[in-house]
Ligand binder design. Structure first.
Ligand SMILES: NC(=O)c1ccc[n+]([C@@H]2O[C@H](COP(=O)([O-])OP(=O)(O)OC[C@H]3O[C@@H](n4cnc5c(N)ncnc54)[C@H](O)[C@@H]3O)[C@@H](O)[C@H]2O)c1
Length: 313
């Protein structure tokens, strides 16, 4: 297949491209090396791709679609739209920018899909759309979304413009709501990455709240396999949304304990108040994705942590 991946230099995008290339697909990767974190990390992420004859990389901003159009002459079948301003906390400081990149950027992707007749879009949704909804584990059928950050609301808005597209025409838009993804290449702002680095270096870590928050951590390979599962095994038309979580939430203090045990160093912890925008609990019911295309996370949290540390070293 010929597949476009936006956000292809990022954590999830580059891991997905690894696998798509292994499977023999042609991939056009689009990324603007957004400054949310450092460019060198992203260049390293794609260093294994760029010599592959089945890969073409385009450094371009989704907010400037005219630059992208000349590269879409090939017959593409799918767009996997992962590019976004990621991160909950910074979205509170610059909500307008998050809306622009995540909403207008998604609208631009949809416009490109329409102009170049690319009928299927797979979108990186987020568990953050459920926010403070207390009905755990979260199911897609629960429409009581209770977002608590501009990032989360930008993801809801993007889903709805995808849904609108499908109501208006015969496009397919599938939103995959990822639950805290971890593993090799994880974004530097995410807790597991920063805790590993700090605890290994003997530096103190900051815990927001009392450590009782819970997260449904999902290993990167399971996310990538899930996306491939959508490509291969899911043929329903129109709009749909699926949770992509491990279904095994972990308490923050247990996550820290796992990092301590893996590194062999006790963490020095500074406790401070909960940060605005952070959901106290995330917990996925991923049975809908399992039934629709066999999504089945295989890597336990402990195994994922071990693999991540091996990579980090
Ligand atoms: N990592 C997680 O735990 C998680 C959880 C839920 C949802 N998501 C979503 O999954 C997707 C990928 O997340 P990630 O963790 O790999 O983040 P990431 O920041 O590593 O990857 C996103 C990529 O998008 C690129 N990008 C940003 N703005 C762009 C623009 N205007 N034009 C082109 N490229 C642009 C960035 O340069 C980056 O390489 C995002 O949409 C994110 O919101 C991630």
């Amino acid at each position: 297949m010929n597949i476009i991946v936006t956000g292809s230099a990022g954590f999830i995008g580059s891991s997905l491209v690894d696998k798509l290339l292994l499977q023999g697909h042609f991939v056009l990767g689009i990324d603007n090396f957004d400054t949310y974190y450092d460019r060198t990390t992203k260049e390293k992420n794609i260093s294994g791709h760029i010599k592959n004859p089945n890969y073409k990389f385009l450094e371009a901003d989704l907010l400037n679609p005219e630059k992208i159009k000349p590269h879409l002459k090939k017959d593409f079948q799918i767009i996997i739209h992962l590019a976004a301003k990621a991160g909950v906390r910074p979205s509170l400081e610059n909500p307008a920018l998050y809306q622009r990149v995540n909403v207008e950027g998604t609208q631009n992707v949809i416009n490109l899909a329409a102009e170049f007749n690319i009928k299927k879009i797979i979108f990186a949704g987020s568990s953050s759309v459920y926010g403070i909804n207390p009905n755990l584990p979260w199911k897609e059928s629960d429409i009581n979304l209770m977002p608590i950050s501009p990032y989360a609301s930008s993801k809801i808005a993007a889903e709805w413009i995808g849904k609108t597209l499908c109501n208006m025409s015969d496009f397919d838009f599938i939103s995959l709501r990822f639950f805290t993804v971890f593993g090799p290449r994880q974004r530097p702002d995410l807790a597991i990455n920063s805790f590993f680095r700090k605890i290994s270096a003997g530096e103190p870590i900051t815990v927001f709240g009392d450590g009782s928050t819970i997260r449904d951590y999902t290993y990167i390979d399971d996310i990538v396999d899930g996306i491939i599962g959508v490509i291969v095994n899911y043929n329903q038309k129109g709009y749909n949304v699926f949770n992509f979580g491990s279904n095994h939430p972990i308490k923050l203090l247990d996550m820290i304990k796992a990092v301590e045990e893996t590194v062999g160093i006790k963490a020095k912890i500074n406790y401070t108040t909960m940060q605005k925008g952070d959901a106290p609990k995330t917990f996925s019911d991923s049975s809908k994705a399992r039934e629709a295309f066999g999504f089945q996370p295989k890597i336990s949290f402990k195994e994922g942590i071990k693999r991540y540390y091996d990579w980090l070293k």
